[in-house]
Unconditional design. Structure first.
Length: 215
């Protein structure tokens, strides 16, 4: 059954929401594969899920509006994640904490590869509204990390939480790009390697990779 027909017992509002979700899922797959400018609305989004042009325009103004809705939903999910349980004040950050942070970044690819691909692909979009939406999503992660860094900092330590979060986000972009390019069968091993190396870099900088024989 295609989204054009309304299953028995489903209200109009429920069907409308189901149609919207189907469009967003199809859109996420299409934008991840072809980018905003490469997507043909009818061929790449509507035909695969059997939704008419009229039904689409009841939900969205155009394909840009669809992409913005997808990015905005990802931003809302990120905000909810970062507003969840906070670490204990003054607890500091152990190597295990850093490792879990990086693993969580890489897990985003395993959970929603299409969304991560869209984020990386559209970061430098020539369309200001798309680039701004991507920037808002990145800012949610950065500000969420900075808030955590400020909270866990011990009283006797001065922490530039914003600078730390900026560097983590910059490293994350490279790590996510590398992980996305890794064949699916090789990802478990690659995730372990990347997590270990990113943890080393976070805690020790370049010196963490140098063996000067003093240890």
């Amino acid at each position: 059954m295609t989204p054009r027909s309304r299953p028995e017992g489903r209200t109009r509002a429920e069907q409308r929401e189901a149609t919207r979700l189907a469009l967003m899922e199809a859109g996420a797959a299409a934008f991840a594969a072809k980018g905003h400018d490469g997507v043909n609305l009818a061929k790449d989004v509507l035909d695969p899920v059997g939704i008419s042009v009229g039904s689409f325009y009841h939900q969205f103004d155009n394909k840009t509006d669809l992409l913005l809705a997808i990015i905005d939903l990802a931003t809302a999910v990120a905000e909810a994640r970062f507003s969840g349980s906070l670490p204990e004040e003054g607890a500091g950050m152990s190597p295990d904490d850093v490792s879990r942070l990086w693993e969580a970044y890489l897990n985003m690819v395993d959970v929603r590869e299409d969304i991560v691909t869209i984020q990386l692909r559209e970061t430098h979009s020539p369309h200001p509204e798309i680039a701004d939406a991507i920037q808002r999503l990145a800012d949610v992660r950065r500000h969420g990390l900075a808030a955590r860094y400020r909270r866990i900092a011990r009283p006797e330590v001065t922490v530039d939480a914003e600078a730390m979060s900026d560097m983590v986000e910059a490293l994350a972009v490279g790590a996510l790009t590398t992980y996305l390019r890794t064949p699916a069968a090789e990802r478990p091993q690659r995730k372990s390697e990347l997590t270990r190396r990113l943890t080393t870099m976070t805690l020790g900088g370049i010196r963490g990779f140098i063996d000067d024989g003093s240890s």
